[in-house]
Design a binder for this molecule. Structure first.
Ligand code: AMP
Length: 586
């Protein structure tokens, strides 16, 4: 079905968009201009994300403005003004100091969306130590991999997470010196402390040390296809991109009430669920609970949310329900909405317009880019199904390359190729931690290769085609097949495992494992249930396979690599493509 462009009508704007003329803003843009719109540390001390997000507002007229409203899953509400956040994050920075945590040391947080997570993230940045979020639905194995690779020195978590996941892996984590527990009043055991107690003792005064724009700020793990997760290193000057993109792609204005539904365990939840709204001095809504349609619509209504940043999986969940939201809820404050993380079906854009009277603006970026790179804009017409056009300061291209590293730019419209970006924007990742080789491989011929396939139409709109690799996107979360296969292989019955993303109408893809079992085991229902449970226990619900199929053997290349692409084509009943490297015996 052809989807017609959606025209924007300036008469319907309740506020004037920040980006009024795309072409003109793109052409005239300079990072210098953005630099001047931010503050910088006093006395030429550099640029620190926490200063831009918290202290500069707390030291000025926004001191008593509501910075963060936390909605607990059981109905509690906690409000933090910019002044409150300054005090809390300063206390946390002092707590880190008391443990000898220094510039560049990693501070991991494993927790749901609790207030302490936000305080720890910003407090760690104040101390110029590095915020490393861990998704709370990860099981012990993904957590171990990330803490170990990130060499985290301190972990902030809850009592339950600690008992369920950390106790069993800590002895394999020599760098981890202390665990700070958010929900206990007394220390638990040696090196396991009550965070509230530490916070109460810590001074509320903290002067942010000089921060180089290139000092490491966040370590975000993302999945690979061939190996364990990679820790993407980000730096403090990424804040220029957080600010600029929230201005142009999310159209934030000073009086906005902003809600980003992403969890800070993933990069969107940090860049836009913590940093960007605070840098803009707006009110940031945080909901602790998981998706629930009535709850979400009620939050949009009661909190008078004006700008909403969410994800295709959530939108598709809302689309499936038989509710006419505008007849039940007052969503009249909602002015702008955007979506990221997976392809946003054109049907979803049309649904948003028809059912919410709201255009959902798709945008594209990834862990490595640190901020939004391609977007639809408040003032510009929408082509449903397109990710939009590049942000000012960002130069993407559709490229082709050969094995010798020769790169050719695709100039014809609507021809598929690899989506690449010209390096140099401030929030570009600066490396994968302790993995220079993998980092270097991303750059060829002066371009950063994103791992996505896309095309560009004659007017410069980008259209997503798919991943160039085997990475799975399930409910917006990246899952590396290798990580799942490794966990399954640890089960005594499993000889081989191959994991793919199987298309799913709601969550995009679901994790499906093909398993060949060892002689002596019976491929029965009981074993399947046991393996599903094994996956959940080791990997956690966000990563574990949802389907397991027993096979006699897995298709492999002659060099022994599992051909996941072939597994996927077979699953989907598609042509098998080039199988010349397929090993003929099992
Ligand atoms: P992550 O690094 O976990 O944020 O995942 C980034 C990947 O998600 C991208 O490389 C894409 O494959 C996918 N992605 C993100 N945004 C979009 C979008 N708007 N449309 C299609 N795919 C997207």
């Amino acid at each position: 079905m052809e989807f017609q462009p959606i025209k924007k009508d300036p008469k319907s704007w309740s506020v004037q968009p920040n980006l009024l003329d795309y072409e003109q803003t793109y052409a005239a843009f300079s990072w210098d201009q953005i630099h001047h719109e931010l503050d910088g540390l006093p006395n030429g001390g550099g640029i620190n994300i926490a200063h831009e997000a918290v202290d500069r507002h707390a030291n000025g007229p926004l001191r008593d403005k509501l910075a963060l409203r936390w909605l607990g899953k059981d109905g509690e509400v906690m409000d933090f003004t910019y002044g409150d956040l300054k005090e809390q994050t300063s206390r946390f920075a002092n707590v880190l100091r008391s443990f000898g945590v220094q510039k560049g040391d990693r501070v991991a947080v494993l927790a749901g969306r609790i207030p302490e997570l936000y305080v720890a993230a910003l407090g760690a940045l104040k101390n110029v130590s590095v915020f490393c979020p861990l998704f709370s639905a990860f099981g012990p194995e993904p957590i171990y991999q990330r803490l170990m690779r990130g060499e985290a020195k301190v972990l902030v978590t809850t009592k339950l997470q600690y008992k369920k996941k950390i106790v069993e892996i800590w002895e394999r984590l020599p760098a981890l010196k202390a665990v700070l527990i958010a929900d206990i009043d007394e220390d638990l055991t040696e090196n396991v402390y009550s965070l509230p107690k530490l916070m109460a003792k810590a001074s509320p005064e903290f002067t942010i040390p000089p921060t180089d724009p290139e000092d490491m700020s966040c370590l975000h793990f993302t999945s690979g296809t061939t190996g364990m997760p990679k820790g993407a290193i980000h730096v403090h000057q990424a804040v220029y991109v957080h600010y600029m993109t929230a201005k142009y792609a999310l159209d934030l204005h000073p009086d906005d009430i902003f809600w980003c539904t992403a969890d800070p365990g993933w990069v969107t939840g940090t860049s836009y669920g913590v940093i960007a709204p605070l840098v803009h001095g707006v009110t940031n809504i945080v909901d602790e609970a998981e998706f629930d349609a009535d709850r979400w619509y009620t939050i949009l209504q009661d909190q008078k949310v004006t700008v909403w940043y969410t994800a295709p999986t959530a939108i598709r969940r809302l689309m499936r329900l038989d509710i006419k939201p505008l007849e039940v809820y007052d969503l009249s404050h909602l002015r702008f909405s955007a979506s990221v993380g997976e392809p946003l079906n054109p049907e979803a854009v049309v649904w948003g317009k028809a059912v919410l009277n709201l255009i959902i603006h798709d945008n594209w970026w990834q862990t490595e880019t640190g901020g939004i790179m391609i977007s639809n804009y408040s003032s510009a017409d929408i082509r449903p199904g397109s990710m939009g056009r590049p942000l000012p300061g960002i130069t993407p291209a559709i490229l082709h390359r050969d094995e010798n590293g020769n790169v050719e730019i695709e100039t014809r419209p609507s021809v598929e190729g690899e989506l690449a970006l010209k390096p140099g924007w401030p929030s570009m990742f600066r490396g994968y931690i302790n993995d220079l080789e993998r980092y270097k491989k991303c750059f060829v011929g002066g371009w950063y290769f994103t791992g996505d396939l896309a095309e560009r139409d004659e007017d410069g709109y980008y259209w997503f085609i798919g991943r160039a690799d085997d990475i799975i996107k399930t409910a917006g979360h990246m899952v590396g097949p290798f990580e799942v296969e490794s966990a399954l292989l640890e089960h005594p019955s499993v000889a081989e495992a191959g994991v793919i993303g199987k298309p799913d109408p709601v969550i995009g893809e679901l994790v499906k494992a093909f398993v060949a079992i060892k002689p002596g085991y019976d491929p029965c229902e009981e074993l399947r249930t046991e393996l599903l449970g094994w996956g959940r226990k080791k990997l956690g619900s966000a990563v574990a396979p949802k389907e397991i199929e027993f096979v006699e053997y897995l298709p492999k290349t002659r060099s022994g690599k599992i051909m996941r692409r072939l597994l996927k084509s077979r699953e989907l009943g598609l042509p098998e493509g080039d199988t010349s490297t397929l090993e003929t015996t099992g």
